[in-house]
Design a protein around this ligand. Sequence first.
Ligand code: 9UX
Length: 68
Amino acid sequence: MRTTVINIKGMTCMGCVKSIKNILEMIPGVGDANVSLEDAQVKVQHDDAISSIALLVQTIMDAGFEVV
Ligand code: 9UX
């Protein structure tokens, strides 16, 4: 497990926060996803042999957010 910080553009409410948390935590190899609306970022605990950073980023973009 490692922790990856991803900066996200486009989160405007706690609903966005919850949906990003939920979609990330559904990915195999992902532990806790801690999303901060205030900081516009997520800290994800994941096993990058199973869930790569690229997959995390793609999942966030597929949900309609921008990764910066
Ligand atoms: Mo809030 Mo976010 O109504 O995709 S859930 S804007």
